[in-house]
Design a protein around this ligand. Structure first.
Ligand SMILES: O=P(O)(O)OC[C@H]1O[C@H](OP(=O)(O)OP(=O)(O)O)[C@H](O)[C@@H]1O
Ligand code: HPA
Ligand SMILES: [Mg+2]
Length: 185
């Protein structure tokens, strides 16, 4: 789906499809170099990271394994509930594994701070993060994002996996919704 398809609900585009692709390719080249021979496990945080994982994993030039964890802290709103809930856990034993978490966005940092600690507690050999987007102005918890994508302003965004109330995940770029879409929240 493109912005033109939902024009009436979009205020403006923030990161284009081409910019997303360029950044993902850039990070994938670096990660391929850093993890060659390490048999890394990509851990994607559902549901938001699905689009990023698909594009990123295909852009890598090394073999990787992938697993998924479904976490939620936002529910149907635009602000974090502050509590991370596991909706679905990994099926891989992470003990001794080099893990690269793949995320769509670091906003307050609560989701990733929790996940990094959890994976270390389970015995991972190393845990690093690739996040396509970051909102530095909203950070509440310190998280070290080794592979960074774009920094964006303090606006609630949708597209390329990111949702508002489960909608707009299949938009092919990142955009800001018109304020009236949030009306009644
Ligand atoms: O840094 P934080 O403030 O914790 O926010 C980031 C998290 O919030 C979103 O997930 P959400 O809870 O909306 O679940 P979803 O991926 O299924 O939409 C996003 O995909 C990140 O996982
Ligand atoms: O800006 C956002 N959009 C969608 N989901 C999110 N989760 C954290 N921040 C965001
Ligand atoms: Mg969400």
């Amino acid at each position: 789906m493109q912005i033109a398809d939902v024009q009436d609900q979009i205020d403006h585009e923030l990161v284009s499809k081409a910019q997303i692709e360029q950044k993902i390719n850039e990070v994938a080249a670096q990660v391929s170099e850093d993890y060659r021979g390490k048999d890394p496990l990509l851990v994607a945080v559902l549901k938001g990271a699905v689009n990023t994982l698909a594009a990123f994993s295909q852009a890598l030039s090394i073999p990787v394994q992938m697993d998924f964890m479904s976490l939620s802290s936002y529910g149907s709103g635009t602000t974090s509930s502050g509590t991370v809930t596991i909706r679905q856990d990994l099926s891989t034993d992470v003990r001794g594994r080099h893990i690269l978490i793949v995320e769509d966005i670091v906003d307050s940092g609560r989701t990733l701070a929790w996940l990094v600690e959890e994976l270390k507690r389970r015995g991972a050999a190393s845990v690093e993060i690739f996040a396509l987007l970051q909102k530095p102005s909203r950070r509440e918890v310190d998280v070290d994002v080794k592979y960074q994508g774009y920094e964006i302003p303090d606006e609630f965004v949708v597209g390329f996996g990111l949702d508002y109330d489960e909608r707009f995940r299949n938009l092919d770029s990142i955009a800001v919704l018109k304020p009236e879409v949030y009306q009644g929240e």
